[in-house]
Write a protein that binds this ligand. Structure first.
Ligand SMILES: O=C(O)c1ccccc1NCC(=O)[C@H](O)[C@H](O)COP(=O)(O)O
Length: 208
């Protein structure tokens, strides 16, 4: 089986970025949505990015941002990838000349084939649809809703933790997995033990 990539989202402290990288994370997520308990300023994000080894991807996460917010953040912080977690159109996501991920919050009615056609299958991060909450909910969704031809190209998120990530990798076979609340001690504070166990769960599943 291919090596499943790991993204640890909602990093708010340089030491947590370093810890996730040392544990084997391929990417970390920085949340710029002001309503999130994991929100960071562009300046704080720049400090976190400076603490990362060069092989770890820094992903900047926005929810229906104004164009100026994204531009100001990019000017202050060396992000490798953008992640849009709201209702952003493909033209908006592409307007910054950066690679991006588009989060799709999956509920029973979600048409994932249509989302893949709209944004590109390699750009999708699939999260749980929870009314009134944009993300970081700790809730998972029905993985059987993911079309077989998309599964190996998506980032799988939503309620993943050390206990269920092995099952998720075996059942879906995603390109990458993403966790936030399931690897925390409290909102925005990551647990080294949980991050380590999460990545171990992914590696064990990769070995089959
Ligand atoms: O993490 C947040 O607080 C957040 C707030 C608003 C939009 C998105 C947010 N997080 C997005 C992520 O990429 C999370 O990793 C993803 O939603 C999964 O979260 P969890 O279910 O807690 O693992």
């Amino acid at each position: 089986m291919a090596r499943t990539r790991v993204k640890i989202c909602g990093i708010t402290r340089p030491e947590d970025g370093r810890m996730a990288a040392a544990a084997g994370a391929d990417a970390i997520g920085l949340v710029f949505h002001p309503d999130s308990p994991r929100a960071v300023s562009p300046e704080r994000a720049a400090e976190i990015c400076a603490a990362l080894p060069p092989f770890v991807t820094a992903v900047g996460l926005f929810v229906d941002p104004a164009r100026e917010q994204v531009e100001r953040t990019l000017a202050a912080c060396p992000l490798d990838l953008l992640q849009f977690h709201g209702g952003e159109a493909p033209e908006f996501c592409a307007a910054f000349g950066r690679r991006y991920l588009k989060a799709v919050r999956v509920g029973a009615e979600t048409d994932l084939a249509a989302a893949a056609a709209r944004y590109g299958a390699d750009r999708l991060l699939l999260d749980a649809y929870v009314p009134g909450q944009a993300g970081g909910t700790g809730r998972s969704f029905n993985w059987a809703l993911i079309p077989a031809d998309l599964a190996s190209r998506v980032v799988l998120a939503g309620g993943l933790d050390a206990e269920n990530v092995g099952e998720a990798v075996r059942a879906v076979g995603p390109y990458a997995v993403d966790a936030s609340s399931g690897v925390e001690e409290g909102p925005g504070v990551k647990s080294a033990a949980r991050v380590k166990a999460f990545i171990q769960g992914v590696r064990d599943a990769d070995r089959g």
